[in-house]
Design a protein. Structure first.
Length: 172
């Protein structure tokens, strides 16, 4: 089993080898590849389609030995029509994958403007604390007004991606 640090490095290297640079990611994001470290071969890889460029921020190994892929994305037309709330900017984007690379769940947290997820921490109960930068005021998933300019947006979720609480803090 790979730890989060080596997994993130692996993804970064894999993305460069597969696509050359981020400009080539305009229609889909190559988010992860698992390599068998002893044989140096791909065990599985997962492409998560998007209508725009995505930004990978982190891969976290969960306490149940699955993977939480986090970053920022603009939701696709398909996701908008399925009833998900959406804005015209970037949202926090989370995808939980099992050990075989199959999607367990996918979640977005949206404000009215651009929101960029930067870091994810696993909590002792199997949930996660998400931290990022928000340019949004109150609305959609964001429950507090902007504190001025860009803010820190903290969201605490359980192991299923359900929000437990959130806080907005002034960046500086």
């Amino acid at each position: 089993m790979l730890n989060s640090r080596s997994f993130k490095k692996l993804i970064t290297n894999s993305k460069k080898q597969q696509y050359g640079n981020e400009k080539n990611l305009s229609r889909s994001a190559h988010l992860c590849a698992i390599l068998d470290t002893s044989a140096q071969e791909v065990v599985w890889q997962k492409d998560i389609k998007s209508s725009t460029q995505d930004f990978l921020s982190q891969v976290t190994t969960t306490i149940d030995q699955q993977y939480l892929i986090t970053g920022s994305s603009i939701q696709s037309d398909k996701q908008q029509t399925s009833g998900n709330k959406q804005n015209n900017g970037y949202d926090f984007h989370l995808v939980k994958l099992n050990q075989q690379g199959n999607e367990v769940w996918e979640k977005y947290f949206s404000g009215s403007n651009h929101d960029y997820l930067s870091a994810t921490v696993t909590t002792q109960d199997g949930g996660f604390l998400l931290a990022g930068t928000s340019y949004s005021g109150k609305g959609l998933d964001k429950k507090e007004d902007s504190k001025g300019g860009s803010d820190i947006w903290l969201i605490r979720i359980n192991e299923f991606g359900d929000e437990l609480w959130q806080k907005t803090r002034k960046l500086f």
